[in-house]
Design a protein around this ligand. Structure first.
Ligand SMILES: O=P(O)(O)OC[C@H]1O[C@](O)(CO)[C@@H](O)[C@@H]1O
Ligand SMILES: [Fe+2]
Length: 197
């Protein structure tokens, strides 16, 4: 049974999410493996090397609970980005704009350490630091990507409008203007050499 049928979106329901690892015993997660992110990391050689020998690390997973795609419903769940790097670039989600660009989102960090990378279509961007207990507001119009800069899973709980939708087109074609890499043991933002390609 899929998540949409498991939960009563009309009369209400409860669902568990672990505070440390973010996983649910009730809902099924959606998993994204490294092979599904081809071209998204700056270092293609390091990317290909990590997939050698049939390896395909799990980069992140999240819960699509099956919220009705309507303006009055709320999609929510946890998102778990695992620790790791491709070359010197930290593991991250693909990231997306909302199809209805004028819709925001809230993320509350349950555990781990990372950044939410925000970027508007006009190129305004920022990194919002996430540690347990911090909430990040993703304003309408901003693309958002979670980046794990720690060595434990980065676990967040998110909520957004049910009909917002995910627009991956821009991110998959142009990318983000900046990347977050490890330099001298620190996480720093650097210009994305592939941006606009
Ligand atoms: O869209 P991406 O970057 O693959 O990541 C999915 C994440 O975005 C969300 O849709 C929340 O915006 C969650 O489902 C999950 O945290
Ligand atoms: Fe979103």
């Amino acid at each position: 049974m899929g998540n949409a049928e498991k939960f009563d979106w009309v009369r209400g329901f409860t669902c568990d999410f672990d505070l440390i690892n973010g996983l649910s015993k009730t809902a099924e997660s959606t998993k994204r493996y490294l092979s599904q992110m081809k071209g998204m990391y700056a270092d293609d050689a390091a990317f290909d090397k990590m997939l050698e020998g049939g390896n395909d690390p799990l980069v992140y997973e999240f819960y699509e609970m099956g919220a009705p795609e309507l303006p009055g419903d709320l999609a929510f769940g946890t998102s778990i980005t695992y620790p790791g790097k491709v070359g010197d670039e930290y593991f991250m989600t693909k990231g997306h704009f909302h199809t209805i660009l004028d819709t925001g989102e809230v993320y509350y960090c349950l555990s781990g350490h990372g950044y939410m990378l925000l970027e508007s279509p006009e190129g305004d961007w920022s990194l919002q630091e996430m540690t347990a207990g911090e909430a990040v507001y993703v304003p309408k119009r901003y693309a958002h990507r979670s980046i794990n800069i720690g060595d434990t899973p980065l676990v967040t709980f998110f909520v957004f409008r049910g009909d917002a939708g995910h627009d991956y087109g821009t991110i998959e074609t142009k990318g983000y203007r900046n990347l977050v890499v490890e330099k001298d043991g620190k996480a720093v933002a650097v210009p994305n050499p592939k941006w606009g390609e």
